[in-house]
Ligand binder design. Structure first.
Ligand code: FES
Length: 80
């Protein structure tokens, strides 16, 4: 989320500043990267219930810690 906001990526608002309380940073992580990041904690999955169009690829991008293992990560954004 912070990378997207800092680079003015449209569609990632990050209204709560990354405190996992708004779901305006919802994105879809490319399936081949899901196993390279920790699974979502319960507070993230709970907040995802507030997002639209949630799928198994959904993450709150503010909860994704960028590590070298995620080099090349692709995150698609919801259409709305
Ligand atoms: S920025 Fe608010 S939940 Fe991610």
């Amino acid at each position: 989320m912070q990378v997207a906001v800092s680079n003015q990526v449209p569609g990632i608002l990050g209204d709560c500043g990354g405190s996992c309380s708004c779901a305006t940073c919802h994105g879809y992580v490319a399936p081949n990267f899901r196993s390279r990041m920790p699974v979502a904690e319960s507070y993230e999955t709970d907040m995802l219930t507030c997002a639209m169009g949630v799928s198994e690829d959904s993450r709150l991008t503010c909860q994704v810690i960028v590590t070298p293992e995620l080099d090349g990560l692709v995150v698609r954004l919801p259409t709305r």
